[in-house]
Design a protein around this ligand. Structure first.
Ligand SMILES: [Mg+2]
Length: 165
């Protein structure tokens, strides 16, 4: 079980992801979590650093798709502002929405990376699907109460051993 919760790599934030290194390992598309991965939880705060990173990824030929367990006008508005496709109400760690993202991007699991801030939704779902999982640090401390509970479980799991390889 713990194996499924282990990200393939970890970086501080999404803009720290090395796009060239991803392409070198055959990655052609990136699934992005929304809250606390590309914007602080519950906000519409898209940073210039993020838009710059997205442009670099797209210019390098990478496909991007947001997959969020949340839904509504805020979530779809962010995707529209960034010009990216989005799958909402995703129910991660279930794989159905992640598979839809693959079909949107036209990629296979082997050619796809997933970036997220939560082990029990993003990383677990991504590992079960067989994509290259990348864990980022959550952007904000303010979070949905259910997420805070999940963090507690994550800390307990992390105490069981190193998450990075
Ligand atoms: Mg998140």
């Amino acid at each position: 079980m713990l194996r499924w919760l282990r990200p393939a790599s970890q970086v501080p934030t999404v803009v720290d992801i090395d796009l060239i290194a991803l392409q070198t390992r055959g990655i052609r598309g990136i699934i992005l979590d929304l809250d606390n991965t590309i914007v602080p939880w519950g906000t519409r705060e898209v940073s210039p650093l993020l838009t710059g990173w997205i442009s670099r990824a797209q210019n390098a030929g990478l496909r991007l798709c947001i997959v969020s367990n949340n839904m509504g006008a805020r979530v779809t508005g962010i995707a529209a502002a960034l010009g990216l496709p989005i799958v909402t109400g995703a129910l991660k760690p279930r794989r159905k929405a992640l598979r839809r993202a693959l079909s949107v991007m036209g990629t296979t699991p082997e050619a796809t990376a997933l970036v997220g801030d939560q082990l029990l939704t993003d990383i677990l779902g991504g590992n079960r699907l067989g994509v290259h999982t990348i864990l980022v640090r959550p952007q904000a401390r303010r979070e949905f109460v259910g997420t805070r509970l999940a963090r507690l479980v994550e800390r307990l799991l992390l105490r069981g051993g190193p998450v990075s390889r």
